[in-house]
Design a protein around this ligand. Sequence first.
Ligand code: BTN
Length: 255
Amino acid sequence: MWPCERLATIDSTQRELLRRLTSAPSQHQNPFGLWTTAQTQGIGSHGRQWIDSQGGLAMSLGWPELLTPQPAAPDPAWPLRLSLAVIQTLEEYFQLTDAMLGVKWPNDIMARGSKLGGVLVSRHQIQGRWWLIAGIGINFSWPSPPDINRPVIALEDLGVSQAPSESIVMALSTAVEGLYQHAERDNAKAWVDEFHRRDLYANQRVVVIHPVSGEPLAAGRNCGVIHSGALRLEIDGAERLIEVGELSLRGDRAA
Ligand code: BTN
């Protein structure tokens, strides 16, 4: 099991894990994690701010990439596979049988149509070795809704009263370790099908928007993903693969 250290508070588990790796590379040869329920300046996708809910779980797990030869770029399917692993773990751990947990391409964790959490995967070269850092943020409670342009939900809204603790961190860490161990052997079709089954916007007409500017980039029917993590968008009867973007039903951020 990967060791995960609890931090009373931290700006960002993602940043802290990277700081530890870069400040003492020789002390880190093996995977490890950091977690807190009091993150103050979380990082979201595309450099955006991640607003932590009250008591929300913030965890980051880092591991050296073992693939040889080392690929030039990180596997873009990681965020999708990680989102699936997170929702399966949350459902099992909290017995969320009717919470309708799902995903939204590429890295949103959804429940009842609103955002419950998100994942963030980054890759860093440290003394010649590539490390992957997987961040997981799960909302626990919103005493007052955050000022962001999209609906959010928290575990408390799903009937979970148990605050994030060591044991859910261990369950999530075990799930990520499983992904890491099977990354090369995994049957892509199984997770690709599962992503489509869990995709909140599956088969719907969607607008792909630019993740930073919010500008619409393309519109069409969401036909699922391929093993590389790209989205299959059907536009005027032809399929196009979309590598980067976010999904909206109406073409604005508040979808
Ligand atoms: C997103 O949906 O934009 C991704 C959010 C990822 C947030 C997590 S919380 C733990 C880790 N530490 C961070 O600063 N960010 C990630």
